[in-house]
Design a protein around this ligand. Structure first.
Ligand code: NAP
Length: 343
């Protein structure tokens, strides 16, 4: 009976490996665990579900910030030891989750969440009443109090990395964003992403800066890492588009040079992004890589399904050595923040 079970597990592992075109040896007796932060979010949840569906390579463990989200995951079939409630801003909670879950891998999908301002909701209501299309200027979106990019994307990620180091996580995959690598976008205070949530005193926004700071922290940590900078995320089905590798925000610049043309689109479907993040853990060629991710429109090119080849076929990575961070334009407190990786 025991032998039959082992054989079944091995067959499933081989099937999964073949279908994903990545090299797996055999299903280990004790499955390695992957902690997914932001597992109640759109990308994080897709990763959790995907790994639950194929439970022969990794055991997914969700980190969510609310008890409600934890309840929903358990109702959907997650086991008690697969769900941890932690706010990434709270170092103690983060460490406790990592230490108790004993995860060897981590995929960071948590990120500051935007909510509409009251003014925006009012304008939309008025526009609806008078049948006009509502507009969404960036200044009308905000982050929840205390949950801006500095707190979630920077300090939260820092907490995750510090704890990952302490418990000996083997590989961290960080989902960042396009726009953090090239000074044209990063150092532009008027960039529409940087402007979101910025208060009068200059704090509260600048997501590109804080995500960039988190990326540098991951690299300096000494942990094996993969940093992916996807463009704008859409909820279309996965597996239908050719994915495009970029570095140094060249896809964004290319689009700008083409007058916004979508020949190589900077958008990625969340299921495709989720697959790339998972495959980053199993493809050797994804180790210590740092890249932008875009995709071609459906029907153009060949849909990407061989991820090992995808990682292997690109040898260039985003280059931080030039240090495009412009001190004069940095958001308040940027340089005062502790950057050394905690031992
Ligand atoms: N949206 C885009 O177009 C885009 C483009 C490029 C990159 N990205 C980045 O890609 C990642 C995934 O994006 P997404 O749109 O799939 O994410 P999402 O749906 O907005 O989910 C974000 C997740 O982060 C969690 N979170 C926020 N603050 C937290 C905190 N203090 N402690 C613990 N968890 C916290 C949220 O928890 P709750 O469910 O409790 O709110 C949620 O699960 C994010 O880092 C995002 O910045 C997004």
């Amino acid at each position: 009976m025991r032998l039959l079970l082992q054989l079944l597990l091995l067959c499933d592992a081989v099937r999964w490996a073949i279908s994903s075109q990545c090299a797996f040896s055999a299903a280990p007796a004790q499955l390695p665990k992957v902690l997914i932060t932001g597992a109640s979010g759109r990308t994080g949840h897709l990763i959790f579900k995907r790994l639950q569906r194929e439970p022969h390579i990794f055991r997914p463990v969700a980190m969510v910030r609310s008890k409600g989200a934890a309840r929903r995951l358990k109702k959907a079939g997650a086991a008690e030891d697969q769900v941890f409630v932690a706010d990434v801003r709270d170092h103690g909670q983060v460490y406790e989750s990592l230490a108790s879950s004993q995860c060897q891998y981590m995929i960071i999908c948590s990120g500051a969440v935007i909510v509409p301002t009251r003014r925006f909701l009012l304008r939309r209501l008025v526009a609806r009443l008078f049948s006009r299309r509502g507009q969404k200027p960036p200044s009308e979106w905000r982050y929840k109090r205390g949950q801006a990019p500095r707190e979630v994307d920077w300090l939260g990620t820092k907490n995750l990395i510090d704890s990952a180091k302490r418990v000996g996580v083997e590989h961290v995959v960080l989902c960042s964003t396009m726009g953090t690598s090239c000074s044209v976008y990063l150092n532009d205070p008027q960039n529409e992403l940087n402007r979101v949530g910025r208060k009068r005193d200059g704090t509260g926004g600048d997501i590109l800066w804080w995500k960039r700071k988190a990326e540098e922290y991951v690299i300096a940590s000494g942990l094996t890492y993969t940093i992916c900078h996807p463009g704008s995320l859409v909820d279309s089905p996965g597996g239908r588009r050719e994915l495009v590798w970029g570095v140094n925000d060249d896809l964004l610049r290319q689009r700008r040079a083409e007058g916004g043309g979508e020949r190589v689109t900077v958008s990625v479907s969340r299921p495709d992004l989720a697959e790339v993040l998972v495959q980053s853990l199993v493809c050797d060629a994804a180790k210590n890589r740092n890249f932008d991710l875009g995709s071609r429109d459906e029907g153009q090119g060949t849909p990407t399904n061989d991820f090992d080849a995808f990682f292997r076929s690109h040898s260039s990575d985003t280059d931080y050595s030039a240090g495009p961070v412009d001190e004069a334009r940095a958001p308040p407190g940027y340089y005062a923040e502790q950057t050394a990786v905690a031992a």
